[in-house]
Write a protein that binds this ligand. Sequence first.
Ligand SMILES: Nc1ncnc2c1ncn2[C@@H]1O[C@H](COP(=O)(O)OP(=O)(O)OP(=O)(O)O)[C@@H](O)[C@H]1O
Length: 249
Amino acid sequence: MSEGDEIISVRGLNASFGDRQVLHEVSFSIRRGEITLIIGGSGSGKTTVLKHLLHLYEPPKGTVYIFGKDIAEISEDEQTELYLQMGVIYQNGALLNSMTVMENIALLPQQYTDMPEELIQEMVLMKLGLVNLSDAAWLYPSELSGGMLKRAALARAIIMDPPLLFCDEPGSGLDPVSLAALDGLILELKEKLGMTVVMITHEVSSISRIADKVVFLHEGRVLFEGSRDEAMNSELPQLRDYFAKGHGS
Ligand SMILES: Nc1ncnc2c1ncn2[C@@H]1O[C@H](COP(=O)(O)OP(=O)(O)OP(=O)(O)O)[C@@H](O)[C@H]1O
């Protein structure tokens, strides 16, 4: 693959909270059309890395390039444009309880576009079809199961057809069957829509199911970056230990 296929590049990223440095010279890259899983034990820095990719933090040192641009250097307009190209599912990214699933998912296009309401509704129904939730459009979040809520959150994240999807532990709290179904949907998004996916996960079972690439963080450092097979066959003691513990699989 050529360098042009690199959609995100993180170079020498440090991060601290107060006196405590939690990321140390983190570097890795994400290629277009691939599913990259960021794995690592609790507190290894996965969510902090994701927040830097979303430019929610300013790095004291290091650079995040997305679509070839340093995200710390882009204008406010470019930033808004970039946000519209990134779908995000947060770990506890629940839907708003006072709104139906349809209303929740319609929020983003209502806020950021001047599309007519009928078109937005059509878009929402299409996305709900994609995540097998067509019948849930007029239900309230409290009427959905855990797996359905995650799929609704996925539909909301992809409503604007973003080329890039970030997911922070989308499978947390799901039973193995619902987790496999969610992984299957994410794989479909890659295969049918060509989406690039960056996912933080604790689920070792997801690695064999969907990962093209794995980035392993340990105590704020990238100890491994490579393909799924390279990860599975790695002799790196910390990675073997991580797999042996089975983290949630
Ligand atoms: N807002 C914050 N203030 C202070 N320390 C923080 C903050 N956010 C994270 N940390 C610390 O930074 C380190 C990395 O946290 P982070 O949440 O990125 O890890 P993680 O790998 O995502 O963990 P988990 O899998 O448990 O979600 C941890 O030691 C955490 O305690």
